[in-house]
Design a protein around this ligand. Structure first.
Ligand SMILES: Nc1ncnc2c1ncn2[C@@H]1O[C@H](COP(=O)(O)OP(=O)(O)OP(=O)(O)O)[C@@H](O)[C@H]1O
Length: 334
């Protein structure tokens, strides 16, 4: 597949500028109210044994923009994604009527719907779809078969439609046409009949994104879209994500690639130890000394996407740490 470098990453569209403007006056404070939130999360907690993986008091995601969710390894980002997309349930107990107050009840509202107790399939039907850190393309199915699985209202889902051939055939043709259109957009049409397992890591990420779009979501959640993607496809992926925002979709993504976060995010939310510790426009948040400390402290090999942060002093400290680690490793392996 040839690398495709769209221009959307370098030129901000009118829609992109409007999206950025929608959060321009919002304070960079954790849990701050947004002018038009599509997703609101309250008192969401998830414990694994004695460990609290997620403890978010309040978070709003603004409609129509690209929001990045960042934080060191183990900060709770994927668990938080699982909770809001219905793949996991919060540990926070609901408050019993007339009973003792068991802490504040967890509440997740998506596009006006309370989705706190909604399973993943229903959440997807309401318009919030996600991709996974490790791609879930079914390797023994072809690319087009994977795409068809992403469609809503498939003939097989409805017994009445599925037994009446003309109705079934029409819907089937519509699904295939839509799948082919999306495959063409993601430069995967020539792979239509190949097994998904034969695609490269980057192509699998593109397939997953294309499949998510089969159900016409209003919000797409991407878990580490850049992981395993080779540099030739990076620009293409960035362009596709910005294009989704420019078409009016809300994008929330988890990512460790800080250059990507800086490059395409309209807003950045930082998690550490399960909590939202900072949020704001990427420049403001990622240059915040507390955020840099959280990263450099817990995750000092992370590049925050701005080489100017690597002062001589920081570089020397890191070199000394690396040297110490090498010495310790040498001692333990000797
Ligand atoms: N199913 C589970 N059982 C036990 N502990 C879990 C489970 N899932 C996550 N955890 C723990 O919860 C914490 C948060 O994990 P999570 O994967 O959400 O972090 P993350 O920010 O997504 O990390 P990464 O950036 O490395 O993917 C970690 O300490 C992790 O070990």
């Amino acid at each position: 597949m040839s690398s495709d470098v769209p221009t959307t990453t370098s030129t901000i569209t009118e829609a992109g500028a409007a999206a950025k403007a929608s959060v321009a006056g919002v304070d960079a404070v954790p849990g701050v109210s947004k002018p038009d939130p599509i997703l609101t999360v309250d008192h969401i907690k998830r414990r694994f044994g004695g460990m609290t993986a997620v403890d978010v008091n309040h978070l709003e995601v603004q409609r129509g923009i690209i929001t990045a969710l960042i934080g060191p390894n183990g900060a709770g980002k994927t668990t938080f994604f699982n909770l809001i997309t219905g793949f996991d349930k919060p540990s926070s107990a609901p408050r019993l009527i007339g009973g003792p107050k068991a802490g504040e009840a967890a509440k997740t509202t998506f596009n006006g719907n309370d989705v706190g107790n909604t399973g993943a399939t229903k959440v997807a039907k309401l318009g919030m779809v996600r991709t996974f850190q490790l791609t879930k393309a079914l390797s023994k199915l072809t690319v087009i078969e994977n795409m068809r699985l992403g469609a809503r209202d498939q003939p097989g889902e409805n017994l009445f439609v599925s037994v009446i051939k003309p109705l079934w055939a029409k819907r089937e043709a519509e699904i295939t046409a839509k799948a082919e259109e999306l495959l063409a957009r993601f430069k995967l049409l020539e792979k239509r009949d190949d097994m998904a397992g034969s695609l490269s890591g980057g192509q699998k990420k593109l397939l997953e994104m294309a499949r998510a779009l089969m159900s016409d979501p209003v919000m797409i959640m991407l878990d580490e879209p850049m992981a395993g993607v080779n540099p030739a496809l990076t620009q293409s992926l960035l362009g596709h994500i910005q294009a989704l925002r420019d078409e009016g979709m809300t994008v929330l993504f988890v990512e460790h690639d800080m250059h990507m976060v800086r490059h395409i995010s309209d807003w950045v939310v930082v998690m550490a130890e399960g909590k939202v510790v900072a949020e704001g426009p990427s420049g403001t948040v990622m240059d915040d000394p507390a955020v840099i400390d959280a990263y450099l402290g817990a995750h000092h090999n992370t590049d925050l996407g701005d080489d100017s942060l690597l002062t001589d002093e920081v570089a020397e400290e890191l070199a000394a740490e690396v040297q110490n680690e090498k010495l310790t490793e040498g001692e333990t392996t000797a």
